[in-house]
Design a protein around this ligand. Structure first.
Ligand code: GTP
Length: 297
């Protein structure tokens, strides 16, 4: 697990860092508050932080407030490590958003067990966040989490003026698969479909289950040609793939509607609606098809 140590005094920073490394932590060292913010922006997986109270640029307490304001999925566990001893300082630190407070010079074993507490709390919290954001059957993002994510990416991508696309993927005649092979087989096929799609997308694409046999894919940095290529590849591999359940082969196809960002779209929801309408048209035109949404006026 990563631990960020922010300490302006080099010897003290080195001693704490060596201890943490001997306990198996992956340590990132910085020497002032500004570097804390920059490092966390670059490495969003940092959650456990040991902050000195008095530091140049931004002090440890101000950092507590700033880190609490960052809008991200995983939270922080912050330990203030300081030469201040009085109970009133500890109260002030916890009041400003620290999770724990240790006075220097510290007993190494005390820091070790307090870090353990932090790591335990973060692990539980991360499990709860994962459960709230993911679809229990397929493990991919659920609809609610996708819509929240979409609003964030929409704002960011528009600012960066990058093209992007949304695909709606609706499995064809899925009811017939359930009817023929049973509901458990249907579940297995849905999982295999998700794995198949995930093999064909990039790490920063956002794939989610929108509803029963309906999925949605957000593709940042994707123009019309790339979008058509990706959608067509997913359609073709779904058609040719042999989904299996209990030794039996299950064939299936998918209808895909796609919308490409265009400045007349006023919101992510509007683009989503256009992709959904295009998927409906793909169904109407015989299924197992990709249809691009017409651009809004
Ligand atoms: N096994 C399984 N089936 C599901 C799940 N969620 C939804 N379904 C089934 O998906 C089927 C969707 O049926 P319809 O909406 O008629 O759509 P379809 O049969 O795919 O037909 P078209 O979309 O028109 O091609 C229903 O039978 C649902 O019970 C799930 O989690 N597991």
């Amino acid at each position: 697990m990563k631990v960020l140590i922010a300490e302006d005094e080099p010897i003290s920073r080195l001693l704490t860092s060596e201890k943490l490394k001997s306990w198996g932590y992956n340590v990132i060292e910085v020497e002032n508050g500004k570097e804390v913010i920059e490092t966390i922006e670059r490495q969003p997986d940092i959650q456990l932080c040991i902050l000195d109270w008095e530091m140049p640029e931004i002090d440890g307490l101000e950092l507590c407030s700033r880190l609490r304001e960052i809008d991200r999925s995983g939270s922080f566990y912050i330990i203030i490590l300081t030469s201040k001893h009085k109970a009133s300082f500890m109260i002030e630190a916890l009041d400003k958003g620290a999770d724990d407070f240790i006075s220097k010079p510290f007993v190494p074993e005390e820091l070790r067990v307090r870090l353990q507490v932090g790591a335990r709390i973060l692990k539980k919290e991360n499990q709860l966040i994962h459960a709230a954001e993911s679809d229990p059957l397929t493990g991919i993002l659920n609809r609610k989490a996708f819509l929240l994510e979409l609003d964030k990416i929409w704002a960011l991508t528009k600012r960066q003026k990058q093209p992007f696309a949304i695909l709606m993927l609706d499995i064809d005649h899925f009811k017939q698969i359930n009817d023929k092979f049973g509901h458990i087989a249907g579940d297995q096929v849905l999982k295999q479909f998700c794995e198949l799609v995930q093999q064909q997308i990039r790490q920063y694409d956002c794939f989610a289950r929108y509803g029963g046999e309906e999925f949605v894919l957000f593709l940042p940095d994707t123009d019309v040609d790339q979008c058509e290529r990706i959608a067509e590849r997913i359609r073709a591999t779904t058609e040719s793939n042999l989904f299996t359940y209990d030794g039996e082969h299950v064939s299936m196809t998918v209808s895909i509607g796609a919308s490409i960002y265009y400045e007349n779209y006023l919101s992510a929801q509007e683009m989503l609606k256009a992709a959904d309408k295009a998927a409906y048209e793909a169904k109407q035109e015989g299924r197992n098809k990709v249809v691009l949404a017409t651009l809004p006026f």
